[in-house]
Design a protein around this ligand. Structure first.
Ligand code: NAD
Ligand code: 2HG
Length: 529
C-alpha cells in the first residue's frame, strides 16, 4: 500500500500529474465534484489535495483533514481556500503562479479585441442567418489609452502585448515603484487619474478586502464616457450591479467578464445586454496552461510529502531556491536546538530570542527561525506542530519571538544562539554545523562543550571538583545504560561546570534521582531529541 494518498479535484490535467505517478509511495485518486459535507467525510484519508477554483477548501473540510499536509492550487488565485484555517491546522498551501500567466494574458487581449470589434456578437448574428455589416462598426485599439489596475505577472504581460498594439498605457498598482513601471513602459498613475482617462480598463489583482468591489459606484461615476471594461482576474472586483447600471445608461460602451461574483452562473442581468461579452472563467483554460500548473503543483506535492523544499508557498513565507540551498542544512540544527531548549528550560516561557552570527546571518533566516519554533513547541504541545502553524501557535501562547542577526560567529562559520526567557530566568544554547552538515551544540549558558544533538542526552550542571564524573558513570553503568559520549565544560577551575552525556536508551527517573544525590551535582535534565 502506498504511504501517501493524493486527492486530485476539479479536472486537473491528468498528464500533469505525472510527477506524482512516478513516485512509488504516492497513490493518486481522481475526485469528482463533491459537496462540502461529502468532501469533509473523505478528506481524512488524504495526505495532499489538488484543487483548481471549483472546490472550496473550507474550515469544515480542514477540521476533518487529520492527515492533510498540503493543498496545491493548480493556478494562481487561492480565494477558494481558507488560508487562516489551513494555517491553524498546519496545512501548507501552495499555488502555481506562473503556469497560466500567458493564458490569462491572451484571454484578456482576446476580450479587449472582441470588445473593440464586436466579434462574438457579429459571429452569433451571422450564424443565426443575418449578414449585418452596419451594427458592428468597431473602434481601433491603436492610440487608445489602456488602464491596467494591478501590474503583476498578468497585468505586465498584458501591457507588453498592448504596447505592440500601439496603445498608450497607464497603470495603477500601489505595490510597485514608478521606476519599475517606467521600465515596463507604463505610466504609473493614481486610481482616479486612470479611471478618468482610460478608454479601456482591465483589472489584474487578487481579490482581497481592499480590491473587492473596487470598481464601484464612485469609480464608475468618474470614468470617461464610452469606456470599455475587462475583468479576467476575479469576480467581485467589479460591482456587477453598478456595471449593469452604467452599461444601461450608455456611459460604459462595452464590458467583457471572464469571472463573476458568483460562479458558476448562467444567469445575470448583464447577459441581456448586447455590448456585454461573457466567458465562463476560461482565463487559464489552454492546454499549455493546464499542463503547466498541474506539473508545477504535482512537483510541489511530491516535495512536501518527501519533506523536501517547497517553493510557491502561500501561507508561509516562501524563500528563493538559491537561498534555500544555503539555509536547508541549518533547519535540522535549528529544530534540535528548539527541542533541546524546550526540555531544558523551566517556568513559563515569555520569549524566544534567536541570534544568527557568521555566514548564515547574511541569508533570509525566517525559515530557520520557524524550525526553531517547531522544535521548541513540538515537545510541549499535544497538537501537531509544523512549519506552517508553528509561528501562529507561538503567538497564540503569548510567546514573543525575536530574530536578530549579528556579526562574527566566535570562530565558527555560522552560529545560532537560542535564548529562552521564562519567569524563572534565561537559558542560552548555541549550535553550529561542522563540515556544513554535522549539527553540534557548542555552548550552554556560556559553557563551551561539543555535543551531537541527537538521541538520548543527560545535561548535568555540577561543581568542578573530584568524584563527580566517576560516580555519575557508575550509577548509569549499574543500571545497564551505555554511555556513547561525554563532554564537560567549565569556565574556571573549581567553579560551576556542565556535563553532557549521550546514552543509548532513555534514563529512568530513579537513575536521575540517584545522580542528583551525588555531592556536587546541581541539577539533571534528561533530553530526548
Ligand atoms: N481568469 C482566470 O482564469 C485567471 C487565470 C490566472 C490568474 N487569474 C487571476 O488574475 C489575477 C492576477 O494574477 P497575477 O498572476 O498577475 O497576480 P500577481 O500577484 O502577479 O499580480 C497581482 C498584482 O496586483 C497588485 N495589487 C494588489 N492589490 C492591489 C490593489 N489594491 N490595487 C492595485 N493593484 C493591486 C499587486 O501589487 C500585484 O502587482 C489574480 O486574481 C488571479 O487569481 C485569473
Ligand atoms: O483553474 C482555473 O480554471 C482558473 C484558474 C485561475 O482563476 C487562477 O487564478 O489561476
Amino acid at each position: 500500500m502506498a504511504k501517501f494518498k493524493v486527492l486530485a479535484m476539479d479536472d486537473v490535467a491528468p498528464e500533469g500529474l505525472e510527477p506524482l505517478y512516478k513516485e512509488s509511495d504516492i497513490e493518486v485518486v481522481i475526485g469528482t465534484k463533491m459537496t462540502e459535507d461529502e468532501l469533509s467525510a473523505v478528506i481524512g484519508e488524504y495526505d495532499a489535495m489538488i484543487v483548481r477554483s471549483a472546490t472550496k477548501v473550507t474550515p469544515k473540510v480542514l477540521e476533518n483533514a487529520s492527515k492533510l499536509k498540503i493543498v496545491g492550487r493548480a493556478g494562481v488565485g487561492v480565494d477558494n481556500i481558507d488560508l487562516d484555517a489551513a494555517t491553524q491546522h498546519g496545512v501548507l498551501v501552495v499555488n502555481a503562479p506562473d503556469g497560466n500567466t500567458i493564458a490569462a494574458t491572451e484571454q484578456t487581449v482576446a476580450l479587449m479585441l472582441s470588445l473593440a470589434r464586436n466579434i462574438p456578437q457579429a459571429a452569433t448574428k451571422l450564424k443565426n442567418g443575418t449578414w449585418d455589416k452596419n451594427s458592428f462598426v468597431g473602434v481601433e485599439l491603436r492610440g487608445k489609452k489602456l488602464g491596467i489596475i494591478g501590474l503583476g505577472r498578468i497585468g505586465s504581460a498584458v501591457a507588453r502585448r498592448a504596447q505592440a498594439l500601439e496603445m498608450d498605457i497607464i497603470g495603477y498598482d500601489p505595490y510597485i515603484s514608478a521606476e519599475k513601471a517606467a521600465d515596463m513602459g507604463i505610466k504609473l498613475a493614481t486610481l482616479e487619474e486612470l479611471l478618468k482617462t482610460a478608454d479601456f480598463i482591465t483589472v489584474h489583482m487578487p481579490k482581497t478586502k481592499e480590491t473587492s468591489n473596487m470598481l464601484n459606484e464612485q469609480a464608475f461615476a468618474v470614468m470617461k464616457d464610452g469606456v470599455r471594461i475587462i475583468n479576467c482576474a476575479r469576480g467581485g472586483i467589479i460591482d456587477e450591479a453598478v456595471l449593469y447600471k452604467y452599461m444601461k445608461s450608455g456611459k460604459v460602451a462595452g464590458a467583457a467578464l471572464d469571472v463573476f461574483e458568483k460562479e458558476p452562473t448562467t444567469e445575470s442581468p448583464l447577459f441581456e445586454l448586447n455590448n456585454f461579452i461573457a466567458t465562463p472563467h476560461l482565463g487559464a483554460s489552454t492546454e499549455e496552461a493546464q499542463l503547466n500548473v498541474a506539473i508545477d503543483v504535482a512537483k510541489e506535492i511530491v516535495n512536501a510529502l518527501h519533506d523536501d523544499v517547497v517553493h510557491n508557498t502561500v501561507n508561509v513565507p516562501s524563500v528563493n531556491p538559491e537561498v534555500m540551498v544555503k539555509i536547508q542544512p541549518y533547519l535540522k540544527l535549528a529544530e534540535r536546538l528548539g527541542k533541546f531548549q524546550a526540555q531544558l528550560v523551566e517556568g513559563r516561557v515569555n520569549k524566544l530570542e534567536i541570534i544568527y552570527n557568521g555566514d548564515l546571518a547574511q541569508e533570509d533566516v525566517k525559515p530557520v527561525t520557524t524550525a526553531v519554533l517547531k522544535g521548541f513547541l513540538d515537545p510541549i504541545l499535544q497538537e501537531s506542530v509544523n512549519y506552517v502553524n508553528a509561528p501562529l501557535l507561538a503567538k497564540n501562547r503569548g510567546i514573543t519571538v525575536e530574530q536578530t542577526v549579528g556579526g562574527e560567529a566566535e570562530g565558527y562559520a555560522s552560529l545560532i544562539t537560542l535564548k529562552v526567557i521564562s519567569d524563572k530566568g534565561e537559558k542560552a544554547v548555541c549550535g553550529t554545523l561542522f563540515q556544513d552538515n554535522d549539527p553540534r551544540i557548542v555552548m550552554i549558558d556560556g559553557y563551551r562543550i561539543d555535543a551531537i544533538p541527537e538521541g538520548n542526552m543527560l545535561y548535568i550542571p555540577h561543581m568542578d571538583k573530584p568524584r563527580i564524573i566517576g560516580p555519575v558513570g557508575t550509577i548509569i553503568g549499574e543500571h545497564n545504560i551505555n554511555i556513547a559520549s561525554m563532554q564537560v565544560g567549565r569556565k574556571e577551575i573549581g567553579g560551576k561546570a556542565v556535563m553532557m552525556l549521550s546514552v543509548d536508551c532513555p534514563v529512568p527517573d530513579e537513575v536521575l534521582k540517584a545522580i542528583t544525590e551525588i555531592d556536587g551535582v546541581l541539577d539533571i535534565k534528561f533530553i530526548s531529541l
